[in-house]
Design a protein around this ligand. Sequence first.
Ligand code: SAM
Ligand code: SF4
Length: 323
Amino acid sequence: MKNSKVLRISVTDRCDLRCIYCMPEAGVPLVPMADMLSYEEIAMVARGAMAAGVRRFRLTGGEPLARRGVEALVRLLAALGPDDLALTTNGLHLADFAADLKAAGLMRVTVSLDTLRPDRFKAITRRTGLDRIPAGIEAARTAGLTPVKVNMVVIRGVNDDEVLDFVRFAGTEGVELRFIELMPTSGLTAECKELGAWRPALFVKSEEVRARIAEAFGPLERLPESDGVADMYLLGGRTRLGFIAPVSEPFCQGCGRLRLGPDGRLRICLFDRVGIDLRKMLREGQAGPSEIGAVITSAFEAKTTWERGAIESLSSDMFRIGG
Ligand code: SAM
Ligand code: SF4
């Protein structure tokens, strides 16, 4: 079985989209550049994480491709020899970056995409650019950043009528599709009011999405593997579908993720509002990989007794911490 310990590294809180469930239209107060970890500091934390048994890293954001020179960070992380080095992106700039990211040592990408319709893309992301995303997926595939995964957040009355189109899209594009339940985030509430709906009304259980797919395309074969958070299925012996159900089927017990924010705060959960200030340790305490490793080991221990609380009471700055 794969080592489940993962460090998700949010490299920036900047983003060129304003997804209605993630980032308010007006943007958010940004972490000043001087307070963001440098790539060398991030690599130091990654070395500490490896000392604590982490073998898998994922870069996220904000939009990771919005931070200048992110390939340099990929190169530093790849040099540590991880088992997995992936990146989650909104795909807008993937076509420009895919080959360089691969050359720097990135192994694979996940593209977030919630609609295949241009007018709806504009309504969901409050920006344009859908036409650039298929080229990004194609460039990632050509560069060998595979398997390319596509994440769709399913929202009732917003894009849930596209679930079957996405399954067809996954089949023709040869990508692995993952359906994600809408989660409560600090960016979400006001935006959903803007949509004239309230949160529970927007929520679609993973189980319902699965049932709709099975009704249209026939039975799904449950696969034994899971990457820790997604239940995996095979459709038609070929198309891999994942279902991530943090709301209806919380997976805290099997979760091996720690999250490093752009400001150097280490969190044991998306809903951990406090975290540990690694930037202070790095800059004031001159901590090295072994001290950071000890903190990361304790953070994994803290996860074993972590209780995130009832979903209705949760919130998270997803735009900063990374999904
Ligand atoms: N900008 C990159 C992207 O969109 O892929 C990386 C950061 S984004 C915060 C990471 C993932 O979090 C995306 O797949 C996004 O759809 C997901 N996400 C953001 N807010 C969410 C919410 N309220 N519920 C579920 N997923 C959410
Ligand atoms: Fe940006 Fe990703 Fe959040 Fe959309 S989900 S606003 S692309 S960080």
